[in-house]
Design a protein around this ligand. Structure first.
Ligand code: MD6
Ligand code: FE
Length: 200
């Protein structure tokens, strides 16, 4: 596996998953899920998303970027929940806090194509992800799109860290296994990714 990839299975216990989910669901009223679109083509994304924190990742026909406000409501994003700041402090080995938590909401047929998280200028900070709800088939490759890949299932409570070389590696979600967990309403999956956007 590529250097800098870490898999922390069931980092969050079932009660901790419930508490984190309640935090996130409670913040969706002020930070509603919406469907972004692909740069240039405007094709709708398969996954709905929102953000928490001083900055949020946004994708629309104009491109990918980070911005301090929700593109639909125009309001600032709500702060990142403490449990996620604690995760970053304990796992990131980075001297500054995360600035964005992207909340991706997968339904039964959602997928996420192979990509590199490349819109952050803090290239030496890891990206840390937390999975909640139904399991997903996660694929991790290398530095080039054609690099060999390996696949693994991510279950509720699992944490993935892409740091070091893995920070620049291609990865994606080929499918979810709907209703493989009852945690998330509707049997879906939530993935939370913590990012440092600007160099501290
Ligand atoms: C997902 N995760 O698990 C998609 N990105 O739904 C990501 O795209 C990701 O898991 C950067 C670091 C860790 C990740
Ligand atoms: Fe990613």
């Amino acid at each position: 596996m590529i250097d800098g990839f870490r898999f922390l299975p069931e980092y969050f216990s079932p009660p901790a998953q419930k508490a984190l989910l309640a935090d996130v669901l409670g913040l969706l009223d002020d930070n509603p899920l919406y469907r972004g679109s692909m740069p240039r083509t405007g094709k709708p994304l398969s996954v709905r998303n929102t953000n928490l924190g001083p900055l949020g990742w946004v994708s629309d026909i104009k491109g990918y970027r980070y911005q301090p406000t929700h593109p639909v409501t125009g309001k600032p994003w709500t702060p990142i929940p403490q449990a996620l700041l604690d995760l970053w402090r304990d796992v990131a080995s980075f001297p500054a806090p995360p600035q964005a938590c992207l909340v991706n909401w997968y339904e039964a047929d959602s997928r996420l194509g192979l990509h590199i998280d490349a819109d952050e200028s803090a290239k030496d900070a890891p990206v840390i992800s937390v999975s909640l709800g139904s399991r997903a088939l996660f694929r991790l490759g290398g530095l080039e799109r054609k690099s060999p890949t390996s696949s693994m299932r991510l279950a509720s409570g699992d944490v993935v860290v892409l740091g070091g070389a893995a920070r620049q590696a291609y990865h994606g979600v080929d499918r979810i296994y709907p209703d493989s967990s009852t945690l998330v309403p509707g049997g879906g999956r939530i993935n939370l990714t913590l990012r440092r956007v600007t160099a501290p």
